[in-house]
Design a protein around this ligand. Sequence first.
Ligand SMILES: [Zn+2]
Ligand SMILES: [Zn+2]
Length: 250
Amino acid sequence: MNTVKIKQAATFTLQSINQLLWPPVCNNCGESICETDKSLCQKCWSELLSCTGAEYCPRCGKDASRYGLLDDACPDCQGKEFHFDRIARGGVYTQALQQMILSFKNGRTELDSTLVFLANSTLRASTFYNDIEIFVPVPLHWTRRLARGYNQSLIVTKKLKRPTAAISTDLVRIRRTKPQPIMVSPAARARNVAGAFAVRYGHKFAGKIVCLVDDIKTTGATLNECSKTLKEAGAAKVFAIVLAVAGQKK
Ligand SMILES: [Zn+2]
Ligand SMILES: [Zn+2]
């Protein structure tokens, strides 16, 4: 047996032992998968495709056909004022995408590769990709960041591909707010986050085109309040990119 064949046999044996000890499983649901599948099982991939396939309103991020938009806004957004100028979303907060975002927030940071892939595709497809000068992750209050150990939005932001844009963490949450999911009405959610954000002394937002990064948008109260704070600090435009939009009901 020549050296090449011995090396091939050794690699094959090592791969077999590896698969025996650590059989490949779906990153999301834990089902066994083939070595050739890319980190997710067929079911999770097809769920992810169905969560991310639909067209949406660039103002609120909810499902909307592009033919149903007037001045780039769905009927529900007509006449409404948001502090952010446009939003791009990865998908709808349901099925595999919901599971992945929840697990990612609860410590399974290895899911970042799939979620960052989704975020980068979303970003490249957005109308504002080339305009962004500064990315700003939506901040957590320091007590919550300490409890979780990381800010999931910052992890995603650091892996976004927009070579000329900077990342700023000069937007901070100065008041601890109740978790938004327990707030029922949009008005209660808006009250909950009112005045919760501020910018650090020495920030560089004046005249800049900023893009907020968050995991989920529900009513948009958090994004709206962050955008208001950034515009008060002089930002020329504020865009937003989120992994998923929840609450499809109007
Ligand atoms: Zn799966
Ligand atoms: Zn809309």
